[in-house]
Design a protein around this ligand. Structure first.
Ligand SMILES: NC(=O)c1ccc[n+]([C@@H]2O[C@H](COP(=O)([O-])OP(=O)(O)OC[C@H]3O[C@@H](n4cnc5c(N)ncnc54)[C@H](OP(=O)(O)O)[C@@H]3O)[C@@H](O)[C@H]2O)c1
Length: 327
């Protein structure tokens, strides 16, 4: 496993991280608690040191599972969580309706607001600390950006929380270039980035982070599992699974991506690795990338993803992979 500094912070993180969204069950058709805890233990036992979660992932469930899994080994784990998506108050900017399973169009379901107001952030952090069973969060990130709170107020709150020792580093997610620049001295930026999702490469956000030393944490690097090459065209996704009804996961969409991935098999065979491992290694090898947030639901997946941290690709292989798989 490769370890890297998280932006300007003094925190070391593994180049492959554990993403804890799916284990919360929300938007993923549910999850199994025991399997989730075993997945986190397997990740930590195989060199992964960074776990990324959020309160909204199962309305507290993902954070609780992470808390249970890291009990007794807190000091060996870099815990990243988030603020700014609330379901217990109607403040900030309305985002969407959601049931316990996932996003809906029913006005009678929970209302999710984006809210980065100072008192809301403080209240959210206290609840996250309780669920995670810890007194501090290593990396605290604004989950989505919103228009009703000035970024300067949000940033001032995060700086105060850092001074108070409740958080060790500050990160943001889902920010455009202007918002990124307005935040000032942050440690990391978390954005969607994979072989199939290259926007941050094209719109200057990745280059900005490289230039300013801000760490970059790509999310959905496996395109929600599609880039593992293991999803067959006849795969049925359960109720509430975000992949159900998604065009990318239609039989034709799956076949198209699997066809591109098949062209990478000779490179994977040379490295004795799986397609998922090749894709993860490509992602953490891109200049400016710090740690790739790989979602996993089982110990087997977590171990496979962690081992991608040992796949060293040549410049030529990186170029071939990047040119072969794209939308
Ligand atoms: N800040 C944000 O707004 C934001 C948004 C999205 C994600 N994230 C973060 O990024 C993390 C990762 O993103 P993601 O969960 O969307 O997608 P991902 O990492 O692209 O895909 C994860 C899914 O792929 C499948 N998978 C993973 N490893 C596998 C393996 N080795 N073999 C076969 N299948 C495998 C699993 O689903 P199945 O087993 O069901 O197929 C897993 O749930 C999240 O957990 C979260 O921490 C953040």
């Amino acid at each position: 496993m490769i370890y890297r500094k998280l932006g300007p912070s003094k925190i070391d993180v593994s180049a492959v991280a554990f993403g804890a969204w799916a284990i919360g069950g929300w938007m993923w058709g549910g999850s199994d608690e025991q399997e989730a805890i075993e997945a986190i233990h397997a990740a930590l036992d195989h060199g992964i040191s960074l776990i990324d979660t959020a309160p909204i992932y199962g309305f507290g469930r993902s954070e609780e599972l992470v808390g249970r899994a890291i009990h007794g080994r807190r000091d060996k784990v870099v815990v990243a969580t988030k603020c700014g998506m609330v379901w217990d108050r109607e403040e900030g900017e309305f985002f969407f309706h959601s049931s316990q399973e996932g996003i809906t169009l029913r006005a009678s379901d929970k209302k999710i607001y984006k809210c980065l107001r100072p008192e809301s952030i403080r209240a959210e952090l206290e609840r996250s600390l309780k669920r995670l069973g810890t007194t501090y969060v290593d990396l605290y990130q604004t989950h989505w950006q919103e228009s009703t709170t000035p970024i300067a107020d949000t940033m001032a709150t995060l700086m105060k929380l850092k001074d108070e020792g409740k958080i060790r580093a500050i990160g943001i997610c889902n920010a455009n270039l202007m918002q990124l620049a307005e935040y000032g001295p942050i440690d990391s930026n978390q954005e969607k980035f994979s072989l199939l999702d290259r926007e941050i490469e094209q719109d200057g956000r990745l280059a900005y982070c490289r230039r300013t030393g801000v760490g970059v944490l790509p999310y959905s690097p496996l395109a929600n599992g599609l880039l593992t090459g293991k999803i067959r065209p006849d795969r049925q996704f359960g109720a509430g699974d975000l992949r159900r009804g998604n065009r990318r996961f239609s039989p034709a969409g799956i076949e198209k991506v699997n066809g591109m991935l098949d062209q990478l098999r000779p490179i994977a065979e040379q490295h004795r690795c799986s397609i998922a491992q090749l894709v993860i290694a490509w992602t953490y090898s891109q200049p400016g990338i710090t740690s790739v947030l790989c979602g996993a639901r089982t110990a087997r997946q977590a171990i496979e993803n962690a081992a991608a941290g040992d796949v060293a690709l040549s410049a030529e292989e990186l170029e071939t992979i990047g040119a072969t798989v794209r939308v």
